[in-house]
Design a protein around this ligand. Structure first.
Ligand code: SF4
Ligand code: SF4
Ligand code: SF4
Length: 250
């Protein structure tokens, strides 16, 4: 029997699930050759309480989300965090820079306490996560590779080196030469340096690498007359749940 895969979502824009179904016919057949998809709200109406791999998108932003997430964890053999919201809290972490009273009032000024809400958290702050697929949004090819590797019992094969490696491979001129800050030296590669290769800069959506060389990032900032504090302010969206960078993060 093929492993059964179910998709679940919490607070997010569901863009990562859209990427996951943005497969070519050939890729979809490739995927369906190795798994049975038993629940995927964006693609099929079937539901199931029995699955082997749970792919979970979104952050936990309500206490009432927790029992549902725990049930998913209890049922699945493998839990995969899909995308930045699930893996590192992503854009949902923005609310954590405000007090509860402030964000309730900002979002629902007419009736601030109408909806349940609390501090946003990544799913690994609540349950054990076995694998993750980084990015905001994820990369469809990486999604396919990770799922196939998990089914085969192999390492998901997510890069642990920084975006700069791919950026240099693409022969880009470093954006620091243009006076622009970039998180490439400390952010996980795997996106083929998508942003600096297309006129932008890395803002950290794939999360920080294990054992990042923050001193090296600091040295680069100093070389270009930029401060580390400026960088933290600019990039707190995707870094703020990272205790190594923001030890006092909420
Ligand atoms: S990680 Fe980005 S694209 Fe994915 S669900 Fe969250 S906000 Fe949407
Ligand atoms: S542009 Fe960013 S990712 Fe590219 S080499 Fe410079 S710091 Fe690294
Ligand atoms: S370059 Fe940085 S911000 Fe852009 S997709 Fe890659 S990790 Fe995300």
């Amino acid at each position: 029997m093929k492993p059964r895969v179910a998709f679940f979502d919490f607070s997010c824009c569901e863009g990562c699930q859209l990427c996951a179904i943005d497969l070519t016919t050939e890729q979809l057949l490739d995927l369906l050759a190795v798994v049975d998809i038993v629940e995927f709200r964006e693609a099929i109406s079937d539901k199931s309480d029995q699955y082997d791999i749970a792919i979970v998108e979104g952050s936990i932003t309500r206490d009432s989300d927790i029992p549902r997430l725990q049930k998913i964890r209890d049922t699945a053999k493998i839990v995969v965090a899909l995308g930045a919201c699930s893996m590192i809290c992503g854009i949902n972490a923005l609310k954590n820079f405000q007090t509860k009273e402030e964000y309730q009032k900002d979002v629902y000024p007419e009736d601030p306490t109408k909806y349940e809400t609390t501090t946003a958290r990544a799913i690994n702050e609540i349950v054990k996560v076995d694998a993750f697929i980084p990015g905001c949004p994820i990369d469809t090819y990486e999604f396919l590779r990770v799922v196939k590797n998990l089914v085969l019992g192999k390492n998901p094969d997510i890069p642990e080196y920084p975006v700069c490696v791919e950026c240099k491979r693409n022969e880009n001129i470093c954006v620091y030469e243009k006076g622009i800050q970039c998180l490439g030296p400390v952010i996980r590669a795997g996106c083929n340096a998508r942003c600096p290769s297309n006129g932008g800069y890395c803002f950290g959506c794939r999360g920080i690498i294990p054992e990042p060389n923050l001193h090296s990032q600091q040295d680069i900032m100093q070389k270009y007359n930029l401060t580390f504090a400026q960088m933290l302010e600019k990039f707190k969206l995707f870094l703020q749940r990272n205790k190594e960078v923001f030890p006092d993060g909420k």
